[in-house]
Design a binder for this molecule. Structure first.
Ligand code: HSE
Length: 435
C-alpha cells in the first residue's frame, strides 16, 4: 500500500509527541498499519519555535497548506480550542480528508455537526486522544464492549485535577504551586480553570456518555462542579470515614433518564478508583454482560496522548479503502440509531452525601440536626463530632447519609443552613460507593 501522508494542525505538546512516536516506532507501526505513515506538513503559529524541534516536516502558518493540500490523506488536529479548529476540520472534511483530533472541547460541543458532515462525505473522524489521554477507552467502549448494554461510566478523567488533589492530600502542597507544576509538565489546559472547575472533565464525560448510551453529544446538559471548594478538612474527615475524595465524571442510565455529572466525590478507599493518584486517569465502565471493567493509564502528556493519536492514524490507514458503511460508527451506534434520551436535572440525582458543618456546642444540638434529616426522610449512615478546640464554642459535625434524592437533600440543606445552631454554611460533597 502507498504511504499515508499526515498533515498536522498544531505542533505543541501532543503534536510533538505524535511526530516523535511516528518517527521512533516507524517500523513497528508500519508492520501494524500495512503501510508507511509520514507526517509531511505542519501548520504552526511560530515557525522558528517549530523549527527548533528539528523535525523533517514542511512548516507553515497557513492552514490551507494542510487542509486544502491534495497530497494529504489525514488531517491531524492537535491545536485545541473551538475556533479556528472547527472551521479547519469542517473544511478538511468537505475536501474529503479523514480527520484525527485530540480536541475534546470541539467534539463535545460541535461533534454532532462534525460527524454529520463526515457521514455525508464518507470520511472518518477519530478522537481517541480526546478522552483520558493514552487510555484507549473510546475503542474499549465502542468496540470491545459492543455486546453490552452499558449501565454506567465513572472516571477520573482530568489528570491535572487528580494531580492537584493527590499532591495536596499527600504532601500538603498549596493549590497554586501544584497547578503551576502541572502547567510546566504540559498537563494543564491553556485556561487551567477548565481543569480546576471541571469543564475539561465535562467535555470528556459528554463524549463517553454518547458512545456508552448512543445519545447525541450534549455538553450543556452535564452538571459540573470543580475541586476549588474542597478543603483539607474535607479530605481529612473523609479519610477518617474510610474514603478518598476524587473528582469524578459519572454517567449513569436510570429508568428516568441519563445522569451526567462531574463533581468531587467521596469514594471508598477499597475501590480501585479511590487509589488512582497523580496525573493518572481511570475509567470504570459497567456493562450488563461483562460486569465492571477498569481502564487505567496516563491521562495527559506528550507521549501518552501522542500514543492515542497515532493509534487513530493507524486505524484510519487500515480502513481508508473500506466501504464507509462498514466502518466503526463515530459514536459507536449507527448514525440513524442515536436517540436523544432525557438527561436528568441535578435535583433528580440519587446519591449519598458527606456533610461538614460547624454547630454550637450546647445540649440538644445534635437532636435538632438529626430531626431535620428525619423530617426529610434522609437516613444517616455515620456521624463524627469533633470536640471544640480550647476556648471555642463551636464543634465540627460530619455526617454521611445513605443514597437519597438530591432534591430532598437540597431541602434539608436549606433547613440546616437556616437552623439557629448551625454556624456558617454547611459543606456538601457527594458520595458514590461504586459497588
Ligand atoms: N488538561 C487535561 C488533563 C489534558 O489534565 O487531563 C488531557 O486531556
Amino acid at each position: 500500500m502507498r504511504p499515508i501522508k499526515v498533515g498536522l494542525l498544531g505542533l505543541g505538546t501532543v503534536g510533538v509527541g505524535t511526530v516523535k512516536i511516528l518517527r521512533d516506532n516507524a517500523t513497528e507501526i508500519s508492520r501494524r498499519a500495512g503501510c508507511e505513515i509520514m507526517v509531511t506538513h505542519a501548520v504552526v503559529r511560530n515557525i522558528d519555535k517549530a523549527k527548533a524541534q528539528g523535525f523533517d516536516i514542511e512548516l507553515s502558518t497557513d492552514a490551507s497548506t494542510v487542509i486544502d493540500n491534495p497530497e494529504i490523506d489525514v488531517v491531524c488536529e492537535v491545536m485545541g480550542g473551538e475556533e479556528p479548529a472547527k472551521g479547519y476540520i469542517l473544511q478538511a472534511i468537505a475536501n474529503g480528508k479523514h480527520v484525527v483530533t485530540a480536541n475534546k472541547a470541539l467534539i463535545a460541543i460541535h461533534g454532532n455537526e462534525i460527524f454529520s458532515l463526515a457521514q455525508d462525505k464518507g470520511v472518518m473522524v477519530a478522537f481517541e486522544a480526546a478522552v483520558a489521554g493514552g487510555i484507549p477507552v473510546i475503542k474499549a467502549i465502542r468496540e470491545g464492549l459492543a455486546a453490552n448494554r452499558i449501565q454506567s461510566v465513572a472516571g477520573i478523567i482530568n489528570g491535572t485535577g487528580n494531580f492537584i488533589m493527590t499532591e495536596m492530600r499527600d504532601k500538603g502542597r498549596a493549590f497554586a504551586d501544584v497547578l503551576a507544576e502541572a502547567q510546566a509538565l504540559g498537563y494543564a489546559e491553556a485556561d487551567p480553570t477548565f481543569d480546576v472547575e471541571g469543564i475539561d472533565a465535562a467535555h470528556k464525560l459528554t463524549i463517553l456518555s454518547s458512545i456508552a448510551f448512543g445519545i447525541p453529544l450534549k455538553f450543556e446538559a452535564v452538571y459540573t462542579e470543580g475541586i476549588s471548594k474542597v478543603s483539607s478538612d474535607d479530605v481529612q474527615y473523609a479519610s477518617e470515614l474510610g474514603y478518598n475524595i476524587k473528582h469524578l465524571g459519572i454517567a449513569r442510565k436510570t429508568q428516568r433518564g441519563i445522569e451526567m455529572r462531574v463533581h468531587p466525590t467521596l469514594v471508598p478507599k477499597r475501590r480501585l478508583l479511590a487509589n488512582v493518584d497523580g496525573v493518572m486517569n481511570a475509567v470504570l465502565v459497567q456493562g450488563d454482560a461483562v460486569g465492571p471493567t477498569i481502564h487505567y493509564g496516563a491521562g495527559a502528556g506528550e507521549m501518552p496522548t501522542g500514543s492515542s493519536v497515532v493509534a487513530d492514524i493507524v486505524d484510519v490507514a487500515r480502513t481508508l479503502t473500506a466501504d464507509p458503511e462498514n466502518r466503526v460508527p463515530h459514536l459507536a451506534f449507527q448514525a440513524d440509531q442515536i436517540e436523544p434520551l432525557p438527561v436528568l436535572a441535578s435535583h433528580d440525582f440519587e446519591t449519598g452525601y458527606f456533610l461538614r458543618m460547624q454547630v454550637e456546642d450546647r445540649p440538644g444540638v445534635l437532636a435538632d440536626i438529626t430531626a431535620i434529616f428525619g423530617k426529610h426522610e434522609i437516613s444517616i449512615e455515620a456521624v463524627i463530632q469533633k470536640e471544640p478546640e480550647d476556648h471555642e464554642s463551636v464543634a465540627t459535625l460530619i455526617l454521611l447519609t445513605r443514597e437519597i434524592n438530591e432534591g430532598a437533600m437540597n431541602d434539608a440543606l436549606t433547613a440546616l443552613n437556616g437552623a439557629p445552631s448551625v454556624v456558617g454554611e454547611v459543606s456538601r460533597i457527594r458520595v458514590e460507593t461504586l459497588a
